[in-house]
Structure formats: C-alpha cells, structure tokens
Design a protein around this ligand. Structure first.
Ligand code: A3P
Length: 318
C-alpha cells in the first residue's frame, strides 16, 4: 500500500471497497467512481474537492485526460495570464525555474491530496489569477466550477498517441504487457477513463457554452501554436494587443513553452512535481503520430473501431 492509500479514512475505504473494480495499471486496482475509473487514493481527494472547492469568476481550470499535453497547456496558460507580472523574456520567468505543475496545481494530486485542506496562498498571491489543473471528468467537477463564470480549457489528443504516451509513462511501473494495457485502454479502463467519455464531456460543454469552455487539440496546437495561443488569450479575456503581436510576444511565449525549451531546463530534468513521477518523464518526444512506432496493424484496427463506435456519432473528429 502506498503512503497515500494509508491516509484514506476507514469510512472511505469501506465505501470504496463496495465499488466495481478492475485490475489497475500501476496500482493493484482501479475503482469505478461516479462513472470513471480511479485509484483508491484519489477518490477521497476528489470527494473533498467536490464538497469544498469554491471558485472565483476569474479562475481558470485546465483539464485533460493524462498524457494529452497537460504540462504544455499549463505552461502556455501560465505564461499568457501572467505576462503583466512576468515579462516572457525575463531571465527570472517562473517557468525557467519551476515545473509547470508547481505553478498550476492539480486539485486531485496536490491541493486536496493526502486528505488535506488546501492553503491557496501557498500557490497564488492575492492579486494573481488562479490557474488549476485537473484530470477529473466534467460531470464530476465541483459544482461551483460548473455553475460560476470561471473558465475551463480542455486539451485533447488523438487516442493513439495518448495511449502510446501513457504506455511509455506507466509501462516501466506496471506488470501489464503492452497488449494487456492496450486492451484495457480500448475497454475504457484507464485512470479517469473511458477516454471517450472524458473527451465528450468537455467537448459538449464547449459546444453548449463556448464562452465557458475552450476545447483545444494537441495536434492543432502543434500545427499552428501562434493561432491557438491567440485564441487562448482571447478566451481567457486577456487578448494580445496589436503592440504585443508586433513586438513578438506571442512568438516568445511559444518558444518559452516549447517542448525543446522546457525539456532542457534543469528544473525539468530533476525532481518530482506530480506524486512520485520524475519530472523528466513528462517530456518524452512531444510529437504527433509516434503511435506508428508502437502499435501493430491489428491494434490500430481495434482502436479505430472503438473510436468509431464511441465517438463516431459526435462531431468530435481526429
Ligand atoms: P509523448 O509521450 O508523446 O512525448 P501530459 O503533460 O498530459 O502528461 O502529456 C505528456 C505528453 O506531452 C508527452 O508526449 C510529452 O512529451 C508531451 N509534452 C510535454 N511538454 C510538451 C510541450 N511543451 N510541447 C509539446 N508536447 C509536450
């Protein structure tokens, strides 16, 4: 049992043990909580977040299913929303000395982890816009996020690369074979999954309330970062001025947050910002289409069918 699991109260353990469960990837089991798959140690954190978190209208929630570009989105959104406080060309920009996950804390891994009550002032100064990260599916966000005017930005990645990235990240930590892990992914049994429900939850919200939810695609962000950075800034109500565009601020943010730049920073080569995961493992290849190096033609056919079946009826296309 992990230290974190030890901190789950007896009352919660009893409740959790009554939930449907499946073999986990990294932990012994994943439990089906509120319709998604989750580790035992996270359930109590999520419940506390749902019960206690109060959002401000200016808050920004950055959401994703793991391995979809969360770290990148956090870096971009931090640089965009804090550019009045920290010039993007400054030698002392926080992104040069802090991992993006330490600047934009996760609700479930940091703020409400280990059965603790969050101390927001440890993360945000009183005049700073609060940015949070989460992997929690849309329906299970705290009500105050769903009903207030705070904004949600979701980053989505094609499921082939999402699986391959997850496999490289968790593979060394699991006793599952590639084939077993792949089959579980296709059945939706992955932390915070099924992936299709996760994506559809945020997709529908972004269509129904475009002023509240922005849906970004990893692949599109790679293709045209400047265009999507401008979209992001506009959506977050801090659009780039003409003067900023002319002086190259958007381009500088793109460079500051680029895969190559972040990967080479000392702070991202050492330490652990998400639980016991090494920061350096957060920066692997950062490419689109790396799945061709990992999946057999049968696997591609299997996952294509799942995507077709689960997402084919929606307007969400990869
Ligand atoms: P790969 O494993 O395909 O390389 P997350 O941040 O949600 O954990 O997602 C991790 C994936 O995003 C990894 O993909 C990682 O390399 C990639 N990534 C991390 N930082 C990035 C950046 N600045 N730009 C593009 N991709 C990035």
């Amino acid at each position: 049992k992990s230290e974190e699991e030890e901190l789950v109260s007896e009352e919660w353990k009893q409740m959790i043990l009554s939930l449907p469960k499946e073999r986990g990837w990294r932990t012994s089991h994943l439990y089906e909580y509120q319709g998604f798959w989750c580790q035992i140690a996270k359930i109590q954190a999520i419940a506390n977040f749902q019960k206690h978190f109060q959002s401000f209208y200016s808050d920004v929630v950055l959401a994703s299913i793991p391995k979809s570009g969360t770290t990148w989105l956090k870096a971009l959104a931090f640089a965009v929303t804090n550019r009045d406080r920290f010039s993007v060309t400054s030698d002392s920009h926080p992104l040069l000395t802090s991992n993006p996950h330490d600047l934009v804390p996760f609700f479930e891994y940091k703020l409400y982890a280990n059965n603790q009550t969050p101390c927001f002032s440890n993360f945000f100064s009183f005049d700073q816009r609060r940015l949070f990260g989460t992997h929690i599916p849309y329906p299970s966000l705290a009500d105050s996020i769903k009903t207030s005017n705070c904004r949600i930005v979701y980053i989505c990645r094609n499921p082939f690369d999402c699986f391959v990235s997850t496999w490289h990240f968790l593979g060394p930590l699991t006793s599952l074979s590639l084939e077993e892990a792949f089959e579980m992914f296709c059945q939706g049994i992955i932390g915070y999954g099924p992936f299709w429900e996760h994506m559809l939850g945020y997709w529908k919200e972004s269509l129904e309330r475009p002023e509240k939810g922005l849906f970004l695609m990893y692949e599109e962000l790679k293709e045209d970062p400047l265009f999507h950075l401008k979209r992001l800034a506009k959506f977050l109500k801090c659009p780039f001025s003409l003067e900023e565009e002319r002086s190259g601020v958007v381009e500088k943010i793109k460079k500051l947050c680029s895969f190559q730049n972040l990967k080479e920073l000392e702070v991202n080569k050492k330490g652990k910002s998400i639980m016991s995961f090494e920061n350096e493992k957060l920066f692997r290849k950062g490419e689109v289409g790396d799945w061709v190096n990992c999946l057999s033609p049968q696997m591609v056919e299997r996952l294509s069918k799942v995507i077709d079946e689960k997402l084919g009826g929606s307007s969400l296309k990869f």
